[in-house]
Unconditional design. Structure first.
Length: 259
């Protein structure tokens, strides 16, 4: 079952420099990351609860190109070479990627078979996951990922700490939505349906888990909306090829009970 946006893949020339930008200009703590040693990429991660921003860079382009099965690395490299820094692709989280893929492929989806992956944290621990990829790109459907829910990054203790984490400039911060500029929104919406079984409304919007995904016609910059703690000052800045909007999280209406 699809759970929501898992992470945004932001292709950057230097993950370390990009992490400093997010900390300085958005008040985000960038607390994770590591290297894909055999695939030529490395990253820094800014966690927003269980959702995160992946700042991915390339340390060996030849190694990336030789690892054709590493779809994210190739998408990031292609984006960097064509457009510079920006949102190269993104992932949706699932709690059963193999079952989802079997169901989707039976319905005619071209999504690939599940692939196991891992990276090594600076402390030496391996973080593991399973992914399934369609053709990736900034105007293509996202891929699916299921994390191995153990260890220092995805175990229960780590997830509880992330849920409570106070970012320096916004307290607890969550991803609220992403708006993607595309040349043909109708065609992209149909691709989402064919590949992932996701339907868009007439306004070219859909909700997966707690996040809204929107398509808009034309070129331009993707818009990422973040919800900070109530009382956080609104902020809008363009950085790393993305327009970031941080706004206070809406206050839920109190439960009035049954009349």
């Amino acid at each position: 079952m699809l759970l929501g946006v898992d992470h945004l893949v932001i292709a950057v020339s230097s993950p370390e420099a990009a992490a400093e930008v997010l900390a300085r200009d958005l008040g985000l703590g960038v607390t994770g990351g590591g290297r894909h040693e055999t695939m030529g990429t490395y990253n820094r991660l800014a966690f927003l609860g269980d959702t995160y921003l992946e700042l991915i860079g390339v340390f060996d382009a030849g190694l990336v190109r030789s690892s054709r099965a590493f779809a994210v690395g190739n998408a990031a490299l292609a984006f960097l070479e064509a457009s510079g820094e920006g949102l190269a692709t993104y992932a949706l989280a699932t709690d059963g990627v193999r079952g989802d893929v079997a169901r989707l492929r039976a319905a005619g989806s071209p999504i690939g078979e599940p692939v196991e992956g891992q990276r090594v944290r600076p402390d030496g621990e391996a973080v593991r996951w399973v992914t399934a990829f369609p053709e990736l790109g900034p105007e293509r459907a996202p891929f699916l990922i299921e994390h191995e829910m153990t260890g220092a990054e995805w175990g229960a203790q780590a997830r509880a700490a992330r849920a409570a984490y106070q970012h320096p400039g916004g307290g607890r911060v969550r991803l609220a939505g992403v708006e993607l500029p595309v040349a043909d929104p109708g065609a992209v919406a149909r691709e989402y349906g064919t590949v992932l079984g996701i339907a868009f409304s007439e306004g070219l919007r859909t909700v997966v888990g707690e996040q809204q995904i929107a398509l808009r016609e034309g070129a331009g910059t993707p818009i990422v909306t973040l919800h900070g703690e109530t009382g956080t000052e609104p902020l809008e800045v363009a950085r790393l090829g993305v327009l970031w909007r941080r706004v206070p999280a809406p206050v839920a209406a109190p439960d009035q009970g049954t009349p």
